[in-house]
Design a protein around this ligand. Structure first.
Ligand code: C5P
Length: 421
């Protein structure tokens, strides 16, 4: 399972296409839903097939298209009852007047109307029709009935229509429909995570990326950290139900869905914001940032001009952010990271004690295949003695998978669910 909330994993959409000129937009809708990570199966009424062919939808969805209620071949594959059970959402787009009327009275004379009665999944309809047909009393009466029956009606847009009229009745654009569907699943997923997730109700603060230490107004000292591990952790913590604040050094990564991001530049700024987070109330502090150990003692007010063969810049030690937070009276659960090139385990275990951490995840950055700019990582996790937990080897995997395992490790330590050594 992936924790990337921008893509919805393993959700099934039955897209039912009925007879209307807007059916052509549904072809693009299939693409957009697939792009968002949904599995899509298409059902077409007979009317729909007058506007667009099943082959188009088969090619776009990657699945055969369902058109008949009593087709022995189709029933041998995925029949209407299986299809009804398979759906996490039945989306009827475009929904014709005729289909709305059938749904409202409970007719079951073709595949779609039968499916509507047979499914337990939420049903969404996107009516699309001539503005006069939309305004007709019977249509409005049927829509009211459907709303009372729990169907979600996506309001049509207003504008010029294929028939030449102007008014309400246009199907919203595929991108808009796909976004509404995606938002719905995100919210549902989030509600579950907030209630049952491993970090439900916790505020997690993650530091990520490098820091930038100014030399003069145009130059700085920094490092190669990309922030990928920290961003993956922020996403994983959010997916596990936490409220997440990401304190990010200068990196070019998109903010993970649902995460509050505060951009900083120097180590001193990172510490300042971290301390503010303590005041806000922080339960778990995860320090993935590659903080510069030293900063320039006196930052030049103006650009330093080229002169002489040597230039000496005096450096002074930066505050250790994770160690400073760990010393506070009301301290969160502290997670540190260690990147080493030799004696990896020994140095990491030493840092765990020296910085008064609860957990440390270390990796061997001398390995060319993992770490810094790589999309993969492999780590060893140590816990402070009081947790009585054995070290964990996280084998080479994507940073997303490693992040998920680290969330599990944090959860287990907080609940001390592991057998004592
Ligand atoms: O001492 P070292 O830099 O190897 O320690 C790494 C751990 O300490 C990381 O979790 C890093 O984010 C944190 N750290 C910090 N502030 C510093 C230096 C390191 O929070 N100034």
């Amino acid at each position: 399972m992936s924790f990337d909330l921008s893509v919805i994993p393993n959700k099934n959409i039955v897209l039912a296409v009925t007879g209307g000129i807007a059916a052509y937009k549904s072809a693009i809708l299939v693409r957009r839903l697939k792009d968002a990570g949904f599995n899509v199966r298409v059902v077409m009424t007979q009317g729909a097939q007058a506007f667009i062919t099943p082959l188009t939808f088969q090619a776009l969805s990657g699945n055969s298209v369902h058109t008949e209620l009593l087709n022995p071949e189709a029933e041998a594959g995925m029949g209407h009852i299986e299809l009804a059970r398979w759906a996490d959402l039945l989306l009827v787009a475009p929904a014709s007047c005729n289909t709305l009327a059938k749904f409202a009275v409970g007719l079951a004379d073709d595949l779609l109307s039968t499916l509507y009665l047979a499914t337990k999944s939420p049903v969404w309809v996107a009516p699309a029709m001539n503005q006069q047909m939309w305004a007709a009393k019977a249509t409005q009466r049927n829509l009211n009935t459907l709303v009372e029956d729990g169907v979600h009606v996506i309001m049509p847009d207003a504008g010029s229509q294929a028939c030449g009229d102007v008014g309400l009745g246009r199907m919203p654009e595929p991108e808009d429909l796909a976004r509404q569907v995606t938002d719905y699943f995100h919210k549902a997923q989030r509600a579950i995570a907030e209630k049952f997730g491993m970090l439900a109700g916790r505020h997690v603060v993650v530091t990520a990326g490098p820091t930038r230490e100014a030399i003069d107004p145009v130059r700085y000292i920094s490092n190669h950290s990309t922030g990928k591990m920290g961003f993956a952790l922020a996403a994983a913590c959010y997916a596990a139900g936490a409220k997440v604040t990401l304190i990010a050094g200068p990196v070019s990564l998109d903010t993970p869905n649902g995460v509050r991001r505060i951009n900083v530049s120097s180590a001193v700024q990172m510490l300042e914001i971290s301390m503010q987070m303590l005041d806000e109330g922080c339960d778990i502090f995860i320090a993935t940032a590659a903080v510069a150990d030293y900063r320039v003692a006196e930052v030049a007010e103006h650009k330093i001009k080229k002169a002489g063969d040597e230039l000496n810049v005096s450096l002074i030690k930066n505050p250790d952010i994770v160690a400073t937070i760990a010393q506070q009276q009301k301290r969160p659960f502290m997670v540190g990271f260690a990147a080493e090139t030799r004696n990896v385990e020994e140095y990491a275990a030493g840092k765990l004690v020296a910085k008064k951490l609860d957990m440390i995840a270390c990796n061997d950055v001398s390995r060319p295949d993992i770490g810094f700019a790589s999309d993969e990582n492999a780590m060893i996790v140590f816990f402070a003695e009081q947790y009585q937990m054995q070290k964990r080897d996280l084998e080479k995997a994507s940073k997303q998978e490693i992040a998920q395992q680290l969330v599990e490790a944090i959860h287990d330590a907080l609940h001390n669910e592991i057998e004592p050594v």
